[in-house]
Design a protein around this ligand. Structure first.
Ligand code: DQA
Length: 137
């Protein structure tokens, strides 16, 4: 099974960025432990701060991978283009968030990903990614 974890803007700063909200773990640390735990899954990781690169990556994997776990960061709340990209591919996408976006500012309650996603997981810290992976398995 081929699964891509796709992280959007500012998520390269995990571990340093607003630790009270996003925790102290870097994504690389978390990803290493995930790969060990799910050794049977072909797990890939890509992060970009650039909207078009996220779209390109969705196009690249979207007809061959079994699933995409997407944390589009703030683009979740703004990007019609990423929403359209998800609509245009065949691979199912699960929207994830580390924080509970619905317990935060109102602008975070809007998602252009959700209407096109298989499901949404938010608010479980880094475990949100793992729960999404479990659901694909
Ligand atoms: C986030 C929530 C978004 O609102 C925010 O812009 C992020 C991270 C999360 O994982 O909780 O960058 O997607």
């Amino acid at each position: 099974m081929k699964i891509l974890i796709l992280n959007g803007p500012n998520l390269n700063l995990l571990g340093k960025r607003e630790p009270a909200i996003y925790g102290n773990l870097t994504f690389d640390q978390f990803f290493e432990s995930l790969k060990k735990k799910y050794a049977d899954v072909e797990l890939y990781y890509y992060q970009s701060n650039i909207e078009g690169e996220i779209i390109n990556k969705l196009h690249e994997v979207g007809f061959s991978f079994d699933g995409v776990i997407l944390n589009a960061g703030a683009y979740t709340h703004t990007s019609i283009a990423i929403g359209d990209a998800i609509k245009g591919i065949e691979t199912p996408v699960i929207e994830v968030h580390i924080s509970n976006v619905y317990a935060r500012e109102e602008f975070r309650h809007v998602s252009y990903i959700a209407p096109n996603a298989k499901g949404i997981i938010a608010g479980f810290g880094m475990q949100s990614y793992e729960l999404a992976l479990e659901s694909f398995i």
